[in-house]
Design a protein around this ligand. Structure first.
Ligand SMILES: [Zn+2]
Length: 410
């Protein structure tokens, strides 16, 4: 057959692993493979139940073009694939080649904007819209209303005298490069520790979906605060696979209402923004515990209406123009709407029309690929002037919050 070609290709591969579609009779089959090809150095045969091609469809494996069809005594045809582990640079290149998709387009677009757009800057241009308390952040939360602290991306701390909630806490920002190439996320435990020193208390963490920029830091914060996670079943599975006990998690789906101390939380349906027509990192769970950024999959996206301190706050992480949100006919005091991408920017007007909030706080519009300690800078994808125009066509008051500067919604 293609024996000679196979041999030469095989000799080029290093750290070879063989994978055989062998539901049964694996030992016999491997023996036959050894007979067919000389055993490669440092190789092992791994028979895999229900082997699929996609098993090795990950960038760090390069699968050789070699595909030998083996005929077993029973006459069944088996496919043999030979894969080699690749060095980092090769896997990055392979990932680039395979993922001429959403993330790569994002990186190209980001680069384009970064080069061509005028420096977008931070909030200084819009200082008249920025709200902040005059009282120091270390003081106790006010008796009335909700103190809100923005932690960047879509992360918020909501405090009343008796209840403390976090939404989508995210300190360990990953670079766009790391995101686009689906590498392993790098934790920023130093930032988390610094934050928890000043804010050791949290009753619950609410998470809108399973992406790294919403869920990645939750396990660490759950462990250190003893808070309970309220999130989709997918997000809960991701977090539990990292050792958080089930007693600390509460999987929820849209339609649920639950209470945490003196807060009532309504879980609402939501849609994730599309980037170039697709939701990034979507689909079923890939790997538990998660290893790469792409293992943190969306799950069922959620939005929340939080009632606490006598106020009603709607929060999502983004959306689409056809999103329908039920408020039981009552307007909310504050709508926090993610506006990271075109979908969600176009959704601002319909959301404001449905929610009729007193205040509208656009969210997830900062450059969350930069380290958090570098401060607020607009994300090049976003279009704050369009967001502002949508707000001015509504009866809601547009406000902005800066990182770590609390503001009390009264
Ligand atoms: Zn997301």
């Amino acid at each position: 057959m293609r024996r000679n070609k196979a041999r030469s290709e095989q000799s080029e591969l290093r750290d070879i692993s063989l994978s055989v579609q062998a539901p049964e009779g694996a030992t016999e089959l491997s023996a036959r493979i050894w007979a067919f090809h000389a055993p490669p150095r440092a190789a092992s045969v791994t028979p895999i139940q229900g082997f699929r091609d996609s098993f090795f469809n990950s960038p760090e494996f390069r699968c050789a073009s070699l595909r030998a069809v083996l005929r077993r005594t029973s006459g069944a045809l088996r496919t043999l694939q030979i894969c080699s582990r690749q060095p980092f640079w090769a896997s990055a290149f392979e990932s680039l080649r395979r993922n001429i998709g959403v993330e790569l387009k994002a990186i190209i677009l980001f680069g384009f904007f970064a080069l061509t757009a005028p420096v977008l800057g931070g909030l200084e241009k819009y200082s008249s819209l920025v709200r902040a308390d005059s009282a120091p952040a270390t003081s106790a939360p006010p008796r009335r209303g909700v103190r809100i602290t923005y932690l960047g991306t879509n992360a918020y701390l909501f405090e009343t005298r008796d209840t403390t909630l976090l939404v989508d806490p995210y300190f360990s920002r990953q670079s766009l490069f790391r995101m686009a190439f689906r590498l392993r996320p790098v934790p920023r435990n130093d930032l988390i520790a610094r934050w928890l020193q000043g804010h050791p208390k949290a009753d619950a963490i609410l998470v809108t979906h399973g992406h790294v920029d919403h869920l990645y830091d939750a396990p660490q914060i759950l462990r250190q605060t003893g808070a309970r996670l309220i999130a989709s079943p997918t997000s809960v599975k991701l977090v539990e696979s990292l050792g958080v006990p089930a007693s600390q998690t509460r999987p929820v789906l849209p339609g649920r209402t639950l209470s945490v101390k003196n807060a009532i939380i309504r879980v609402l349906p939501a849609q994730h923004d599309r980037l170039f027509g697709a939701v990034p990192f979507d689909g079923p769970l890939q790997r538990l515990p998660p290893e790469k950024i792409s293992d943190w999959v969306t799950g069922v996206p959620l939005a929340f209406i939080i009632e606490m301190g006598g106020k009603r706050i709607f929060i999502n992480s983004g959306g689409r123009p056809n999103d329908v949100v039920s408020t039981n006919g009552r307007p909310v005091d504050l709508a926090i709407l993610g506006v990271a991408a075109r979908d969600s920017i176009q959704a601002v007007s319909p959301f404001l029309a449905q929610l009729r909030p007193r205040y509208f706080l656009p969210s997830h519009q900062d450059d969350f690929f930069r380290p958090l300690e570098r401060g607020f800078v607009f994300l090049p994808f976003t279009d704050f002037p369009a967001v502002r125009a949508a707000a001015s066509a509504s009866s809601s008051q547009l406000i902005l919050l800066d990182y770590f500067r609390p503001w009390t919604l009264r």
